[in-house]
Write a protein that binds this ligand. Structure first.
Ligand SMILES: [Zn+2]
Length: 162
């Protein structure tokens, strides 16, 4: 049987076009796609810092003792990194050390990096996510059973109440 009937459906799929080649060109969208080249997890969003915050957080300065806003704060909550917002310390781990700065005997696991200080004696603590300077950590002082004191500049922190 021959398909010679002119009213029969044409086999258009055999000769159909997939569209003009220029419609597949992504050239003019390249700049838009480039914006997401770096995943957010590798590049934390950093808050803009004041000059006083920069002096401590970026240049490893120390705020004067007994001047920070969090030394005597004991409300329940979380202390975050001022620069990147990473949760660093819990109010449950804060204690009164009478040293002039907020003191914690434990960090939130993985949140704080320890590095030998430039003075060769102390151990610097930094935000593990953004590298912002927090202060120093001391061991063996027997303030609490954990025997550890994270001596942190208030200005490096931002308190979030529970
Ligand atoms: Zn940070």
């Amino acid at each position: 049987m021959r398909r010679s009937d002119p009213m029969a459906p044409a086999h258009t799929h055999r000769s159909g076009s997939f569209g003009p080649p220029e419609s597949r060109s992504p050239a003019r969208y390249r700049s838009d796609r480039g914006r997401s080249a770096v995943p957010d997890t590798e590049k934390p969003a950093l808050r803009p810092l004041t000059r006083a915050e920069q002096r401590v957080i970026l240049h490893k300065g120390t705020e004067p003792p007994f001047t920070g806003e969090y030394e005597h704060k004991f409300e329940p909550g979380i202390y975050e990194c001022k620069q990147c917002g990473a949760p660093l310390y819990r109010s449950d781990d804060k204690f009164e050390a009478h040293c002039g700065w907020p003191a914690f005997d434990q960090e939130i696991p993985g949140a704080v990096r320890r590095l030998p200080d430039a003075d060769g004696e102390r151990v610097e603590i930094q935000c593990a996510r953004c590298g912002g300077h927090l202060g120093h950590v001391f061991e063996g002082e027997r303030f609490t059973p954990r025997n550890t004191r994270h001596c942190v500049n208030s200005i490096s922190l931002r308190f979030q109440p529970k």
